[in-house]
Design a protein around this ligand. Structure first.
Ligand code: KG4
Length: 342
């Protein structure tokens, strides 16, 4: 039988990525990161879309080359339709539409957040791969989102809890900025926290109902702690960097895991997955393993390359949609906002 070969394209924020998936197995996953944003302390949307324009053709070319696939071998093209930065999404969507038309093959539109959850189904063709079965819970934590998703099927996902203000990644990044660490601060805090005492400083934990999150109070309490202590000791941050990082990371993980525990208990689900950039955090990974041992959970933690934005998760979602004839027409346009179901 002819193989099903999907080209996936991701361009929702500041990574241009292309991937080839053949019959559900990833053959390539190529990503061009945009270092230009570091000097601005955050992603600049206009610069992001310009950089996507520069990168998209070489990245797709490289993904095809690494997979040893010609463009005429492609069965369909999957692209990120949203949520994300509109200018960035437009680059990937327009490219995907143009190429699909030229090759006369179908298009598959992919929800970026659904794809993060489905990243757990990326196969690299090895025997020992573990994948969740439905239903499972996914803690989706990135720079722009903090959600608990109830996944009942590849196309049946419900956001049962989400942040009412900042995302977990934003809390890491903004607190890192207060300490003078480079952007994005999450990985720096993770590294420094390993040498610190997580209970050295007590920070604010929100009291938010249901499975929702809030990180703005924590951010403010961190800012006030530094402001007040620095009055007496101007080098307070410098002197206490590992303890500050460890205390902050510990508190963010406590906030995240409290709600995951509550959701797992109330919904009686013991398969717990994690996704998004913050799932690279070593403390969060350790905490998930500890919970697995204590509560009998099956936990699913993605490989590092699939935690941040990547096209392999778009291609695998496209593959699942292709199998269900879930195609999209050319008039589907990108969207920027997060939805509660995907
Ligand atoms: O999913 P992602 O790559 O894209 C966006 O949502 O933009 O997530 C990026 C976020 C940033 O906030 C970054 O600081 C955070 O993930 N992050 C981490 C770690 N690695 C990346 N946060 C904590 N610890 C890490 N090791």
């Amino acid at each position: 039988m002819k193989p099903i070969i999907i080209l996936g394209i991701e361009s929702s924020c500041d990574d241009t990525s292309a991937s080839i998936v053949q019959d559900g197995v990833m053959l390539s996953n190529v990503t061009a990161n945009q270092s230009i944003h570091a000097s601005y302390g955050g992603v600049v949307p206009e610069l992001a879309s310009r950089a996507h324009q520069q990168s998209i053709i070489p990245v797709v070319h490289q993904a095809l080359k690494q997979a040893n696939i010609g463009k005429h071998d492609l069965t369909a093209i999957a692209f990120t339709r949203g949520p994300g930065l509109l200018g960035s999404l437009l680059v990937g969507a327009s490219f995907a539409k143009g190429l699909a038309q030229a090759l006369r093959i179908p298009l598959l539109d992919v929800n970026h957040l659904q794809a993060h959850v489905l990243a757990h189904f990326i196969s690299q063709g090895q025997d020992n791969e573990r994948m969740p079965t439905y239903p499972f819970l996914c803690l989706l934590v990135s720079g722009g989102n903090s959600q608990i998703v109830l996944a009942k099927g590849y196309d049946d996902m419900q956001v049962i809890g989400q942040t009412i203000d900042d995302a977990a990644g934003e809390a890491f990044d903004k607190c890192a900025k207060v300490m003078g660490l480079p952007y994005p601060g999450g990985p720096h805090i993770d590294r420094l926290a390993r040498q610190g005492n997580p209970t050295a400083f007590v920070l604010n934990k929100p009291q938010i109902p249901d499975f929702n999150y809030s990180f703005s109070g924590l951010k403010t309490s961190f800012l006030y702690l530094i402001r007040d202590k620095s009055v007496h000791n101007p080098s307070f941050v410098h002197d206490n960097m590992p303890d500050l990082c460890a205390s902050l990371q510990y508190t963010i993980i406590e906030i995240l895991m409290n709600k995951v525990r509550k959701a797992a208990k109330e919904l009686n689900i013991n398969q717990i997955a994690v996704a998004g950039g913050v799932s690279a955090n070593s403390g969060l990974r350790d905490s998930l393993q500890e919970h697995a041992a204590r509560y009998g959970w099956q936990v699913y933690i993605p490989a590092f390359e699939f935690t941040t934005d990547n096209a392999a998760m778009i291609a695998i979602t496209g593959y699942l949609k292709y199998q269900h004839n879930d195609f999209c027409s050319l008039d589907k346009v990108p969207f920027s906002r997060v939805t509660n179901k995907f």
